[in-house]
Design a binder for this molecule. Structure first.
Ligand code: NAP
Ligand code: MG
Length: 398
């Protein structure tokens, strides 16, 4: 069989632990036999990042920008335990944080729907899509522990040298401080990406912040969304019969849990981090969710929404075959290949991506699935398989 050709390459960012193991199996069994795969490979495994003082992560981010499309495996964000485990030189920052800051943009996460796995929130009749702002806030913070009393201030030195100063707190004892920021330009592109997504999918857009408490910071988000909606999208939303709805974040959470789903929920960076795991797990499994970072200049990075599945990896290291669900990793690849095909105008590659998705979901709908889904499938699974068997079954169908 002739392999499906690729016109240009995608940036491939390898990762850590169980997802790194599955990454290799997916390539070997589902991609390389069928596609003349063109990638620029970057090893974002923790050790390689540490050895290169994170140079590799920045190089990978630049390659995604240059090539227009990237696909990323899950990676460890180091902490003290990891420094010991991997004998690291230092605590490295989150690679996702670095890439998101480099690319700016918004992460869209949508559930991968199969008919025999029902979500746990029974009122959600349609998939709920989450749009997470991927720049700034606590992910690019500057923080400090102070060991005794003193005055904490927020100081801004303008480009012309003028200084603006505000007191945060007269600290009476030891404590902690944090400075965060965002940029109008990034918030504007976040708003546009969300309205554009809503319009192209013909779904309502919800946005929420805590502007009653954070009048300036969150207030700016609210203001920018409203300004861009009124000026650029209101007429088109009305023509398409869809709505933009703003409320407070706590009110949004309460309403979401009683909604029918079927809209885009735009979230600030941290809200999106927390809420996307809630939406994913309520939709079945963390592995049944797509995740794509869309930058304002039209660059796309596809990844899985879950982490490196550390617990399963330790079992794997002991020689056990784990039943880790590879669906989100497979969909990261199909998303990237389909986008490459769209940009390169290569319908054969687009068709392959579709077939791979169909073969994957077909297996599950036929009752062949990994343990996470077997727990919640109805009708019950016919065959509960480990990751390797599951990928083999997909390859057979393909
Ligand atoms: P995780 O890898 O998302 O896994 C948490 C739990 O969710 C797993 O123990 C497993 O539950 C379940 N799960 C997640 N993905 C699954 C899959 N594909 N198939 C079956 N079950 C799945 O989160 P973590 O263990 O807290 O984090 C591990 C590492 O991942 C951390 O070092 C963190 O820094 C990193 N991380 C990376 C990313 C990213 O690169 N995008 C995102 C989040 C976390 P059971 O154990 O109950 O089976
Ligand atoms: Mg998270």
């Amino acid at each position: 069989m002739a392999k499906v050709p690729m016109k240009s390459a995608i940036a491939e960012l390898d990762g850590d632990e169980m997802t790194r193991v599955l990454w290799g199996v997916i390539k070997e069994k589902l991609l390389l036999p069928f596609v003349d795969l063109k990638t620029e490979y970057f090893d974002l495994g923790l050790k390689a990042r540490d050895d290169s003082d994170d140079r590799i992560t920045y190089e990978a981010a630049r390659a995604i920008k240059r090539l227009g499309v990237g696909v990323k495996c899950a990676t460890i964000t180091s902490n003290a335990a990891r420094v010991e485990e991997y004998e690291l030189k230092q605590l490295t920052p989150s690679p996702n944080g670095i890439i998101r800051a480099e690319l700016d943009g918004t992460v869209f996460r949508a559930p991968i729907v199969v008919k025999n796995v029902k979500g746990t929130v029974s009122c959600w009749q349609k998939p709920l899509v989450l749009g997470r702002h991927a720049y700034g806030d606590v992910y690019k913070n500057c923080e400090m522990a102070v060991d005794g009393p003193g005055k904490a201030e927020l100081v801004f030195t303008k480009a012309d040298g003028t200084v603006v100063r505000k007191t945060i707190m007269e600290m009476k004892g030891p404590g902690v401080l944090q400075g965060i920021h965002n940029l109008d330009e990034s918030i504007e592109s976040f708003a546009r990406a969300c309205f554009y997504y809503g319009l192209s999918e013909k779904i309502d857009v919800w946005f929420a912040t805590k502007d009653t408490i954070s009048k300036t910071y969150d207030g700016r988000f609210k203001e920018i969304f409203q300004r861009i909606y009124d000026a650029e999208y209101k007429a088109r939303f009305e023509a398409a019969g869809i709505e933009y709805f703003y409320t407070l974040i706590d009110d949004a959470v309460a309403r979401v849990m009683q909604s029918k789903g079927g809209f885009l929920w735009a979230c600030k960076n941290y809200d999106g981090d927390v809420m996307s795991d809630m939406v994913a797990s309520a939709s079945g499994s963390l592995a049944m969710m797509t995740s794509v970072l869309v930058s304002p200049d039209g660059v796309f990075e596809y990844e899985a929404a879950h982490g490196t599945v550390q617990r399963h990896y330790y079992k794997y290291l002991k020689g056990e075959k784990t039943s880790t669900n590879p669906v989100a990793l497979i969909f990261a690849w199909t998303g990237a290949l389909a986008k490459r095909a769209e940009l390169d105008k290569t319908p054969e590659l687009a068709d392959f991506a579709k077939r791979l998705e169909k073969a994957t979901l077909g297996c599950i709908e036929d009752g062949i699935m990994t343990g996470d889904l077997a727990k919640i499938a109805s009708p019950p699974a016919r065959l509960v398989v480990d990751s390797w068997q599951f990928i083999d079954k997909i390859a057979e169908r393909l």
